[in-house]
Design a protein around this ligand. Structure first.
Ligand code: NAI
Length: 524
C-alpha cells in the first residue's frame, strides 16, 4: 500500500515526539532543554564531556522540580515522573538509540563539528540532529556531515523553561521536512517556534541590535543621561530600558554578540559596536554582576533606573491661535487633550507635519530632522507609542529657539498629557529612531528570506519580551499619522552621512506603495 508524503511526514512527527532525546552539554542551556523535554513527556539522556557534570545537572533539576512543587506550580507526581525520565549518561554510546539530539555545548565551530561527526557515527541514520548555537552558521556546522540534511538549529532562549521562543534554523542543506518536524516538536514542548534561515544573529539577535545601538549612539553624543533614555523607552512599553537591560545581560556578553553580528556581516556599519560599551567592558564595569555598569548596584545605591523627577511645570501661557496640525490618531489625541484643558483650537489636516502650532511657534512630532534644522521657535517631540497619560516623552528645542519657547514647549507637552524629558537636539530623538531602526532591521530580515513578518513579530515578543512586534509597530506608526519610518531614516542618514541608517529595500518599497495609496495624485 502506498503512503503520501503528508502521511510520512505525520509519522515522522509522531516518531520525534515519542523518541528518546539526547541533550549534549549539561550547562545552563542543556539542563533547561532537558527539563522542558522531560516535562513534555519525552525520555531524556543528558551527557556532558566533563565527568560528573550531567549527574550534577540532574541533581540541580531535582531541586528545581522540588521548588516548583513547593510553590504549587507543578504537581508532585508530575515532577517525580519528569525527573524519572531524565538519565544522566556518562558515555554518549549509552544514548545511541535516541531519535533526536540537541547539542548545547561550548560555542565553538571546531568542537561542535567534531561532536556532530561523533554523533553521526553513533546514532541511527534517521535521527534528527539539532544545535542550540546562538551565533554559528548551521550551514558551516553541517559542512563535513554525511547527512547534512538532518541538521537544523533549535535555538532556545535563556532561561529555557520560561522563555517561549524557539528559532528553528535551516542551513543551506537542511531538509525542510526536518525543520518542520522540529518546529512541531517545539510546539508540543509548550514553545512557540519560528522558522529562520541561517544568517548572522538569526532573527532575535539580529533585529534587537538597534535597541542597544541607538541608545549607545545617543550616549556617545551626550544626548541625555542613561536614566532619561531608559525612562523614554520604558514609556514606549519596553519592560526594561536599554541601559538597565545591558547592565543585566552583562556588557561583556552584549558586546560580544554585537561584535559577532558585526564581524559576520563583513563589518557593515549598521551593526557597528559602540565605544561607550567598549570602555565599560575594558574597565570591568560589566553591569549587575560586577556591581557597576551604567548604574551603581552597590548596597544602598538606590533604584538604578528611576524615571527622572518630573519638572514642576506651570500651565502654558494663553495663546492667540492654536492649530492642531496633521491627521491621524496623534492629531486626534492632541485635539482631545486641548478640549479637556478647555483650550480652543483650529485644525489643519493638510499640514506637512503633525503636532501643534502655538501662534508663531510649533511643537512637531519628530520626522528625523533636528529642531535646529527646522529653525526658529520649533520644538520636536518623540513618537508616543502608547496613549496613557503622564508617560515620559523626549523633546528638544532648536539652538535658535527663543528662551520663551524653550520654557513654553514643555508646558504644552505637559498639558497635552506627557511628562516631557528634554534631550539635546538629536535627530529622531529616542523612541522614534530606535523603533524605526527595529522596523528597518525586521524588514531587511524578511526581505532577505530570514523569516516571515509574522515570525519576526512573534520572535521579538517572545524572545526579548518586546511589547509589540516590528511590523505591528509599523501599522501603529501609520495609524498615528507619523512620517514614514523610511523618511525618518533618510533624514538620519542625511544627518550622519554613513551606512548606519541605510533604508532596507523592503521598507523603501512599502513607503512608495503607501505614498501612492494615500495620495493617488502622486502617481507618475
Ligand atoms: P555552559 O558553559 O553553561 O554549558 C556548556 C556545557 O557543555 C558545559 O557543561 C561543558 O562541560 C559542556 N561541553 C563542552 N564541550 C563539550 C563537548 N565536546 N561534549 C560534551 N559536552 C561539552 O554554556 P551554555 O550557556 O549552556 O551554552 C551552550 C550553548 O547554548 C552554546 O552553543 C551557546 O551559544 C548556546 N546558547 C546560550 C544561551 C545563553 O544565554 N547562555 C542562549 C542561547 C543559546
Amino acid at each position: 500500500m502506498s503512503t503520501t508524503g503528508a502521511e510520512q511526514g505525520a509519522r515522522r512527527d509522531t516518531a520525534l515526539r515519542s523518541a528518546r532525546v539526547l541533550v549534549v552539554g549539561a550547562g545552563i542551556m542543556g539542563a533547561g532543554i532537558a527539563q522542558v523535554a522531560a516535562q513534555a513527556g519525552q525520555r531524556v539522556a543528558l551527557f556532558d564531556a566533563r565527568e560528573g557534570a550531567a549527574l550534577q545537572a540532574r541533581d540541580r533539576l531535582a531541586a528545581t522540580f522540588d521548588t516548583l512543587v513547593a510553590k504549587g506550580r507543578l504537581p508532585a507526581a508530575a515532577a517525580a515522573e519528569a525527573l524519572a525520565r531524565i538519565d544522566a549518561v556518562e558515555q554518549l554510546e549509552q544514548a545511541a538509540d535516541c531519535g533526536l539530539v540537541v547539542e548545547a555545548i561550548v560555542e565553538r565551530l571546531d568542537v561542535k563539528r567534531e561532536l556532530l561527526a561523533r554523533l553521526e557515527a553513533l546514532v541511527a541514520p534517521d535521527c534528527v540532529l539539532a544545535s542550540n548555537t546562538s551565533s554559528l552558521s548551521i550551514t558551516a556546522l553541517a559542512r563535513d556531515m554525511r547527512h547534512p540534511e538532518r541538521l537544523v538549529g533549535m535555538h532556545f532562549f535563556n532561561p529555557v523553561p520560561l522563555m517561549k521562543l524557539v528559532e528553528v534554523v535551516s542551513g543551506l542543506r537542511s531538509d525542510p521536512a526536518v525543520a518542520r518536524q522540529v518546529f512541531e516538536l517545539a510546539g508540543s514542548w509548550g514553545k512557540t517556534a519560528v522558522h529562520a534561515r541561517s544568517t548572522p544573529g538569526f532573527i532575535v539577535n539580529r533585529i534587537a541590535r538597534p535597541y542597544y545601538a541607538e541608545t549607545l549612539a545617543l550616549l556617545q553624543e551626550q544626548a541625555a543621561a542613561p536614566e532619561t533614555l531608559d525612562a523614554c523607552l520604558r514609556a514606549a512599553g519596553f519592560r526594561m530600558g536599554p541601559c538597565e537591560l545591558m547592565d543585566l545581560i552583562g556588557h561583556d556578553t552584549n558586546f560580544a554578540v554585537t561584535q559577532a553580528v558585526y564581524e559576520a556581516n563583513f563589518f557593515d556599519k549598521r551593526f557597528q559596536p559602540s565605544l561607550v560599551q567598549r570602555e565599560l567592558v575594558d574597565g570591568g564595569l560589566l553591569g549587575r554582576k560586577t556591581g557597576r555598569g551604567f548604574y551603581d548596584y552597590a548596597d544602598g545605591a538606590g533604584q538604578p533606573s528611576a524615571c527622572p523627577a518630573p519638572a514642576d511645570l506651570l500651565e502654558p501661557d494663553a495663546a492667540t491661535r492654536l492649530v492642531v496640525a496633521g491627521r491621524g490618531a496623534l492629531a486626534d489625541r492632541l485635539g482631545a487633550a486641548l478640549c479637556a484643558a478647555g483650550r480652543e483650537y483650529e485644525v489643519d489636516p493638510q499640514s506637512a507635519w503633525c503636532g501643534l502650532r502655538v501662534d508663531g511657534a510649533s511643537l512637531r512630532l519628530s520626522d528625523g530632522r533636528c529642531a535646529t534644522e527646522l529653525g526658529g521657535d520649533v520644538a520636536v517631540f518623540d513618537l508616543p507609542l502608547r496613549d496613557d497619560n503622564g508617560l515620559a516623552l523626549a523633546w528638544a528645542a532648536g539652538a535658535d529657539a527663543s528662551e520663551t519657547w524653550q520654557q513654553q514647549a514643555p508646558r504644552w507637552l505637559h498639558l497635552l498629557g506627557w511628562q516631557p524629558l528634554r534631550l539635546r537636539d538629536i535627530p529622531g530623538l529616542v523612541v522614534a529612531r530606535t523603533v524605526a531602526m527595529l522596523i528597518n532591521e525586521a524588514a531587511d530580515a524578511v526581505h532577505q528570506g530570514v523569516c516571515s513578518a509574522d515570525g519576526a513579530d512573534h520572535a521579538m515578543k517572545l524572545g526579548v519580551n518586546y511589547p509589540a512586534g516590528p511590523f505591528e509597530w509599523l501599522s501603529l506608526w501609520h495609524q498615528l499619522g507619523a512620517p514614514d519610518p523610511a523618511a525618518m531614516l533618510d533624514a538620519l542618514d542625511a544627518h550622519y552621512r554613513g551606512e548606519r541608517y541605510r533604508v532596507s529595500p523592503a521598507l523603501r518599497e512599502q513607503a512608495w506603495l503607501r505614498r501612492r495609496a494615500t495620495s493617488p495624485e502622486t502617481r507618475a
